[in-house]
Design a protein around this ligand. Structure first.
Ligand SMILES: [Zn+2]
Length: 318
């Protein structure tokens, strides 16, 4: 049925952590993000549930090439023979030749863990990849999709405005809003993971999304967000803190390799403060275990950014 459908990819075996979205317009369809190879059967099942065949999928849109968003692209492209992969100009080269992406992720996770999580990622033929510039539009059935380049989380990231509903698919540019962590009010945290995190640009992207006055936002992690103002306020404050932390780490006299431990201690403190304001949910040990992986990635991203600025300052200073 025409509309937007949320698919739980069960990433890492967990419910409601990473989504893919299916947009249906009449007899045409598009996926937004696709998680990993393991999620592809779930995506195809969601399509069948709408009474559609893989041949009716026009677009496989990826918000950026991080593997919890685009890890299943090559497998999904094989399953949907008429679909174009729609990507940011800086993401497209990694879709066409994933070797570098695979090598760097394998180095982070270790080969065995990479194979277990992501399996084989094949190249996608260049003529099946469609690059979307900032503000470019694309027709899907009777509706139009508009693309907004949004840096801060990743340099190869865009968001998609569905002009039929004025909903925005935000990838990781409007933070992480896990259903399990929603209490009385909205609870949103930014993703500051390596290697492109830039707080100024991340704030700019959030402001740009808000200025579109969307009816709702669909972050990949996870589902539909309607209290946009509250979420944006939390994200902007959190990014201010992350920026101070990056600067403090950069300017401290600690050696490069000690910055991660320094950021970890302070970010955990910051989260403890956030969770204090969450009532019973904040005191639930499950909340911490739910957040642990993201806090860890966020620590790494902030420390990486601090080290990157140190190297840049050294180069500039001769
Ligand atoms: Zn990401």
């Amino acid at each position: 049925m025409t509309g937007i459908h949320t698919i739980d990819t069960h990433y890492l075996g967990l419910a409601e952590v990473a989504a893919a979205y299916l947009i249906v317009d009449g007899d045409r369809a598009a996926f937004v993000d696709n998680n990993t190879n393991e999620a592809v059967p779930r995506l195809l099942a969601a399509l069948a549930e709408q009474g559609l065949r893989p041949e009716q999928v026009d677009y496989l849109i990826i918000t950026h090439v991080h593997l919890d968003h685009a890890g299943g692209t090559s497998a999904l492209a094989r399953a949907c023979p008429n679909a174009k992969v729609v990507a940011h100009p800086r993401a497209a080269p990694h879709v066409i030749d994933p070797a570098k992406l695979v090598a760097s992720a394998s180095a982070v996770y270790g080969q065995a863990e990479f194979d277990r999580l992501y399996g084989t990622i094949d190249p996608v033929a260049e003529d099946r990849v469609l690059i979307m510039e900032d503000e470019q539009t694309l027709r899907l059935g009777g509706r139009e999709l508009r693309f907004l380049h949004t840096r801060g989380h990743a340099n190869h990231h865009f968001c998609i405005v569905d002009t039929a509903t004025n909903a925005i698919f935000s990838g990781d540019a409007f933070g992480l809003v896990y259903p399990a962590l929603q209490g009385e009010g909205t609870f949103a945290i930014p993703s500051t993971s390596p290697t492109d995190f830039e707080p100024e640009l991340a704030r700019e992207s959030i402001r740009r999304l808000v200025s579109e006055r969307p009816s709702c936002i669909y972050p990949t992690h996870f589902g539909r967000v309607t209290d946009i103002e509250a979420a944006a306020g939390q994200l902007l404050r959190h990014l201010d803190f992350a920026e101070r932390l990056r600067d403090d780490a950069e300017n401290s006299d600690r050696p490069d390799e000690a910055l991660e431990a320094y950021c970890r201690a302070r970010l955990f403190d910051y989260f403890a403060g956030l969770l204090d304001g969450m009532g019973n949910l904040g005191r639930d040990p499950n909340t911490w275990s739910h957040l642990k992986l993201d806090i860890d990635l966020n620590v790494q991203g902030i420390a990486f950014a601090a080290n990157k600025r140190r190297r840049k300052a050294q180069t500039a200073g001769g």
